[in-house]
Design a protein around this ligand. Structure first.
Ligand code: DAH
Length: 346
């Protein structure tokens, strides 16, 4: 092989070698080898000594050209490797923005909780505070101190889950009245007590073994039934609409005297009478009354100085009337098609 052929051979060799290289470090080493002092190009140059002046000129020129070609090839390969690295990185970090996103379901506040929150808002606005008590209650708090001694026939109105003869799942929120009276020791009281209660009832469209009540108790000097009526009329107008009327009917509860059943005028017929109110124009919503003197005395209050009223709202009942729900069981079966209707954010 003469020098010119050798020069062409160097390019051919390099082409083959470059094909195998795909990292910058190896490429750098190859470049140092090919273009360095001991590289094939330098060797061809060194072997020019014996050539004629003409040939030296020609081979020298060709060497320079080949050197340029080698440098270009190394540079192109360097770029190609760098681009491949970037392309690979891009590929691995690719985000497909056309994929549909993951839909986050937003929950909502349960309709019964919404009613409790509305009641709290309303009564706190009228100066009441919110009191709570245990759901596992003593017979003493739930019945005896509410003027329902053991064996009293009115106990039959509330069939209860007993844990033992002295402990039970509270059948009403009224024991929170007793607890608060015990704490306040004769001082005035203005509370509402929302909470769960339990009764040994068979579940059907209007009964549930567990439900929510919101008790109210106001004790002070010169509290009358007019105050009770005002507190409940406000509630009816806030929970339903501003044109509602209420009516008090005589009733019986052992812990109040006199006791009343409170009706709200029917929102469907405006009080004229329709199937929903069974033709009467009124719908019963809660029980209430002036706190019985015995109840006051048993908790250390002097009925000649301090008296007041109490009421017990059925939270399910009010919520059902408000939203025209016909089966109480809808509240507890967690069917999202039902619950979704009460979501503020759909
Ligand atoms: N505790 C009664 C019940 O569950 C409701 C009730 C009636 C509560 C009259 C009261 C009241 O505080 O004064 O049936």
């Amino acid at each position: 092989m003469n020098q010119l052929e050798q020069l062409n051979q160097i390019v051919a060799d390099l082409d083959l070698e470059l094909d195998q290289i795909n990292d910058l470090q190896t490429l750098q080493q190859k470049k140092a080898l090919y273009l360095g002092k001991k590289g094939p190009l330098s060797q061809v140059m060194a072997s020019m000594r014996d050539l004629s002046v003409e040939e030296k000129k020609e081979v020298g020129k060709e060497s320079n050209r080949i050197k340029g070609i080698l440098e270009t090839k190394f540079e192109e390969k360097r770029k190609a490797i760098e681009e491949a690295v970037i392309a690979k990185k891009l590929e691995s970090e690719k985000i497909d923005v056309t994929l549909p996103g993951v839909n986050m379901r937003v929950g909502g506040i349960h309709p019964l909780t919404q009613t409790v929150m509305e009641l709290e808002d309303l009564y706190v606005g009228m100066g009441y505070t919110v009191a709570e008590g245990p759901e596992v209650e003593t017979d003493e708090m739930c019945f005896e101190k509410l003027n329902l001694p053991k064996g009293h026939p009115a106990r039959d109105m509330q069939d209860t889950f007993y844990i033992n003869p002295e402990l039970l799942l509270r059948s009403q929120t009224s024991p929170v009245q007793v607890r608060t009276m015990g704490e306040k020791k004769g001082e005035p009281i203005k509370i509402i007590c929302p909470g769960k209660v339990y009764r040994r009832d068979a579940d059907d469209a209007t009964h549930s073994h567990q439900f929510i009540q919101c008790e109210g108790l106001v004790l002070g000097e010169n509290i009358t039934m007019a105050d009770l009526k005002g507190a409940l009329l406000e509630m009816a107008r806030k929970m339903f609409d501003k044109d509602r009327e209420i009516r008090l009917r005589p009733s019986f509860f052992p812990f109040t005297e006199p006791s009343v059943e409170v009706d709200v005028s029917c929102g469907l017929c405006g009080g004229k009478g329709c199937p929903t109110c069974k033709g009467s124009g009124w719908i019963e919503v809660l029980g209430a009354g002036m706190v019985n003197d015995n109840v006051l005395r048993m908790s250390g209050y002097d009925p000649t100085k301090i008296q007041g009223f109490a009421f017990g709202i059925g939270v399910e009942r009010i919520t059902m009337l408000k939203h025209k729900i016909d089966d109480i069981r809808n509240f507890y079966t967690n069917d999202v098609r039902f619950l979704d209707q009460f979501k503020e954010v759909k």
